[in-house]
Design a protein around this ligand. Structure first.
Ligand SMILES: C[S@@+](CC[C@H](N)C(=O)[O-])C[C@H]1O[C@@H](n2cnc3c(N)ncnc32)[C@H](O)[C@@H]1O
Length: 328
């Protein structure tokens, strides 16, 4: 039913606030796409007047000033000694050499593989979007997965698992290594083996060296579907690795690799996550990017018990992810 509008001088009875906010955020998103592609922030690590910046970039001066002022209002730049310079947020997340660089979130553009073109292809039942394909697991993709998770998810998972009594842990498909590094830092007595594909191990090694964790984290390369993952572990972490046909093979192997009474930590996307806009967006884009299956926590518990794990419980819910622990 449409609300009646009698007098145009009355305040609106339906609030357009949400739509205005989202369109402004959309404009800001496009502005950030432009400035990141022009590498603007690389030039503002130290303060610079607008005229100098406009001259360096060969940009129109008035537009440059207006752009810089928007970036100040949005919290990405600040005025300093008569010029503009990056804020701490920008220096941390928008300088490509920074470990936590998140500029990839703005790479979408109009590229063929952008989320919007994939969404459209999915809606139009493009046959290519109906099959889920194994990603190539290149270093940049895994770095992006890792730093996205470092915005809170890794910390919440690590802090929801008590590994005080564990001595040997396997991080299966550990990729970037951030879970292993965080756990090794939290539990200095814990010895961790990170297992991943040969082409991925160099990435994990890079970050392990960066955080000086070589003593505590050992790297093992191989294919967990075919190769020996070794045994005698107190804990095995399986974070985002149990997709489709891998699930049964890996769970059976993990069961054998754990000592009796050892624990599996499972981190996975779940269908029964809280009903929020953010989770619904994530579910949509998970589907669009090829993730065709999504199970409830009860279904995950069923997979665990089918492989002989018991006492499974969810210890953390974070967006559309659950962290579950079960005994072997
Ligand atoms: C989605 S990433 C998860 C990375 C990390 N565990 C996390 O939760 O952020 C999946 C990881 O599993 C690894 N992987 C996939 N198939 C594998 C296989 N057959 N053998 C070993 N590692 C594999 C990939 O290289 C990648 O590092």
């Amino acid at each position: 039913m449409q609300p009646k509008m009698k007098h145009l001088y009355y305040p609106l009875t339906v609030d357009p606030g949400g739509i205005i906010t989202i369109t402004e955020q959309g404009q800001l998103y496009e502005i950030l796409q432009v400035v990141l592609s022009c590498k603007l922030f690389e030039r503002l690590e130290t303060s610079k007047p607008a005229e100098q910046l406009a001259a360096e970039m060969d940009w129109e001066e008035e537009t440059t000033v207006r752009l810089l002022n928007v970036l100040v209002k949005a919290g990405y730049l600040e005025f300093f000694q008569g010029g503009y310079r990056n804020t701490a947020v920008t220096n941390t997340f928008f300088l490509p050499e920074h470990f936590l660089y998140l500029g990839h979130r703005f790479d979408d553009g109009l590229l063929l593989n952008s989320s919007r073109s994939k969404l459209l292809r999915c809606l139009r039942k493009d046959p290519d979007t109906l099959i889920s394909k194994e990603p190539k697991w290149d270093h940049e993709q895994l770095r992006q997965i890792g730093v996205n998770a470092l915005t809170g998810s890794i910390q919440n998972t690590v802090n929801s698992c008590d590994l005080t009594d564990a001595r040997y842990m396997l991080d299966l498909g550990g990729g970037h290594g951030f879970y292993s590094i965080a756990l090794a830092q939290k539990y200095p007595e814990l010895k961790i083996t990170l297992f991943d594909l040969p082409q991925v191990i160099a990435l994990a090694h890079h970050f392990i060296v960066r955080f000086h964790m070589e003593e505590q984290i050992n790297l093992l390369s191989g294919n967990f579907l075919q190769d020996d993952i070794q045994s005698g572990y107190d804990t095995v972490l399986c974070s985002n690795i149990l997709h489709s046909d891998k699930r049964d093979i890996v769970l059976a192997k993990v069961k054998k690799a754990l000592r009796p009474g050892g624990k599996i930590i499972l981190k996975c996307r779940i269908a029964d996550c809280p009903n929020t806009l953010s989770n619904d967006l994530n579910k949509l884009f998970w589907q669009v990017h090829g993730g065709k299956e999504l199970f409830t926590q009860a279904e995950w518990r069923g997979f665990l018990s089918a492989h002989g794990f018991y006492n499974s419980k969810t210890v953390n819910l974070e967006g559309m992810f659950a962290t579950m622990i079960a005994s072997s």
